[in-house]
Design a protein around this ligand. Structure first.
Ligand SMILES: Nc1ncnc2c1ncn2[C@@H]1O[C@H](COP(=O)(O)OP(=O)(O)OP(=O)(O)O)[C@@H](O)[C@H]1O
Length: 612
């Protein structure tokens, strides 16, 4: 991530730093130009030509004013008509070019903003799962919207001001020199006085912009959290608590915005006052020049017109550096994101995974999360899962079951040992081929705000309608789907909120079944189902899993007692291994868990070992 220098600059460097961008900013600007601006040089050139035309026409305006006043003073009414026509022609031409110039530059800016958003999103969605889960969705959302918006505004100001306004000022200054070079020199001497305060204010603006961006990220995150947690807020009557939290974040953003605004607002009056100084000086100067017969009233009026017309673009120039600094804060955050490289990637010589039977072997597998490198979530996991077998992972909450399952599709990479599928190390095969062979139903069901059909179809995007229905039937979901108002075309709302927990789980199962992958990972996939639905799903799953390797996590032991192999986990290790009967005979942790569940789960009573 390119960071702006935040350390104290050496003596003497401070003044230099104030009037120019620091080295990091220059680097950032040049990267940004290379990545996003130069590739659109054709559109830029077009906009530039329009801008030049607009500037040239603007420069002609004071001339025509001079001519009209000279004519009026000499009372030569005969030549007035062509002058009036000239004024109309110039204003009409100026309006047309203003329109074309605005549309063409805005198009570049918006096109660029959209492309940056697309690139940032694609980059983000391709990032490692660990990276995506590290930052809250609200923060990421803010980076994709607020930060990029700041960049867009800076580019817009730059294109408009640095190009259009500079050209306009140049054209007007040429007119001014043509009309009265001495007066021009006087005026030009006044404006540079503003350079130093402008530089100081711009630097402050960048700091405020960075803090605003981070605060906006917090705010977006807070808002999405509080709005999506409305059930908790209502039932625990946390409305005031939520409002206070959100209000204080709104207030923080308000304070920062005011700070930026105060800084920005200081610029305009300063430039306005300088403008006034210049006008007063010009009038005094002109009085002497006209009375001594050196200049005409026309010269003076033309000159004053040019000066007044230049005031606005000059003011924009004064504000530009502040805007650029705010955009740079956005660009810094953007590049921070784009520079993050995923760690879980294909090796250069990665082969395509070929699943022949679906044997999965865990060899001395160890894993620690980045946030807790010294407290491994998994240690010394050794288990050989025969092709087509169903293996259950049971154990206390926090034992490491979900972590282990997440390692198979490489959502995280192991920190020790190997996992192989049909003899192929999963680290050595292409990630896409690995994930294509795995279907997963995780604890937290993810559904999108779309139709039931579309949500199931995520399992296989090119699936036919009949495949979708078959998958829904296999997951015991078809009946409740057709009972919905629009059947498979029913919109289920954000995160499937219009469905019950059990219905959501069945859709997730249908999606995994539709994928028809040889390896199936079920992490508490049936935990939200009632006994009857679970029985139906289990029946369907027995059929579906008969020819594929299935790893199941379940707290309800009744759902896994028929598994070929049961791994009992504790503190990141497998402490018992065997089938239900073996484990009951061992009379260890599994037997104890089974016995405690007997009361709640009569299915286990049928089992003689469990009963004993
Ligand atoms: N993203 C994460 N970052 C850091 N630690 C994590 C993360 N996810 C899980 N852990 C930790 O890893 C350990 C194992 O968690 P895991 O979710 O695998 O347990 P589990 O056996 O599946 O539990 P449960 O049955 O409650 O789902 C726990 O101590 C947990 O705190």
């Amino acid at each position: 991530m390119s960071k702006a220098s935040t350390g104290t600059p050496p003596k003497g460097a401070k003044a230099r730093k104030r009037v120019a961008f620091d080295a990091n900013s220059r680097l950032l600007i040049s990267r940004f130009l290379n990545d996003w601006v130069w590739p659109r040089w054709r559109s830029l050139l077009y906009a530039l030509v329009l801008t030049a035309c607009l500037a040239a026409i603007t420069g002609g305006y004071p001339m025509i004013i001079k001519l009209s006043f000279d004519t009026l003073m000499k009372e030569q009414t005969g030549t007035l008509l062509p002058i009036l026509l000239g004024i109309i022609a110039i204003t009409v031409a100026r309006s047309i070019f203003m329109y074309l110039q605005t549309v063409s530059t805005q198009r570049i800016v918006h096109r660029m903003g959209t492309d940056i958003q697309k690139a940032a999103f694609t980059h983000l969605i391709e990032a490692d799962f660990a990276r995506l889960s590290r930052e809250s969705p609200g923060h990421l959302l803010s980076r994709l919207t607020n930060d990029i918006n700041m960049i867009q505004q800076a580019v817009q100001a730059t294109v408009n001001t640095a190009v259009r306004d500079v050209l306009m000022v140049v054209a007007l200054v040429i007119s001014m020199f043509y009309l009265d070079w001495l007066m021009s020199l006087f005026v030009l001497g006044v404006y540079p006085i503003a350079a130093l305060p402008i530089a100081i204010i711009s630097e402050r603006l960048r700091k405020v912009a960075k803090r605003t961006q981070s605060q906006l990220g917090d705010l977006t995150s807070l808002l999405s959290e509080k709005l999506s947690g409305s059930r908790l807020i209502k039932t625990f009557r946390l409305e005031n608590y939520a409002s206070e939290k959100v209000h204080s974040s709104f207030e923080e953003v308000f304070k920062l915005r005011m700070k930026a605004l105060r800084n920005r607002a200081r610029l305009d009056p300063m430039l306005e006052a300088l403008g006034g100084l210049a006008v007063a000086g010009v009038i005094a100067f002109a009085y002497w020049r006209i009375s001594s017969g050196i200049s005409t009233v026309g010269d003076f009026m033309g000159f004053i017109t040019a000066l007044l017309m230049a005031a606005q673009p000059i003011r924009s120039l004064g504000n530009l550096s502040g805007k650029i600094q705010e955009g740079l804060a956005g660009a810094e955050s953007l590049y921070g994101l784009l520079e993050e490289k995923p760690k879980i990637i294909d090796l250069p010589d990665a082969a395509t995974l070929k699943v022949t039977g679906g044997n999965i072997r865990f060899d001395n597998v160890a894993f620690a999360y980045d946030s807790a490198p010294d407290a491994p979530a998994l240690r010394g996991i050794n288990v050989d899962i025969p092709a087509g077998a169903t293996v259950a992972f049971v154990g206390r909450s926090g034992a490491g079951k979900s972590t282990l399952i997440n390692l198979v599709p490489r959502l995280f990479d192991l920190t020790g040992g190997t996992i192989s599928i049909d003899g192929q190390d999963i680290q050595q095969v292409r990630l896409a081929s690995l994930r294509d062979n795995i279907a997963i139903v995780s604890q937290d069901v993810t559904l999108f705000d779309d139709t039931i059909r579309a949500n199931i179809a995520l399992g296989r995007l090119d699936a036919s309608d009949s495949d979708i229905v078959a998958a829904a039937k296999a997951a015991a979901a078809h009946d409740f789907i057709i009972a919905q108002p629009s059947g498979y075309d029913t919109q289920i709302g954000s995160s499937g909120q219009r469905l019950s927990g059990g219905q959501r789980q069945r859709l997730a199962l249908a999606r995994a079944i539709l994928k028809n992958a040889p390896i199936l990972l079920l992490d508490e996939a049936t935990s939200a189902l009632d006994t009857e639905s679970e029985r139906l799903v289990q029946e369907a799953l027995t059929h579906f899993t008969s020819n594929r390797t299935t790893l199941v996590i379940a707290h309800r032991l009744s759902t896994v007692q028929n598994a070929d192999l049961i791994c009992v986990m504790d503190e990141g290790q497998i402490i018992e291994l065997g089938n239900h009967t073996d484990l009951m005979a061992q009379d260890g942790t599994y037997a104890m868990l089974a016995k405690t569940q007997l009361v709640a789960d009569p299915v286990l009573v049928d089992d003689p070992a469990a009963a004993g």
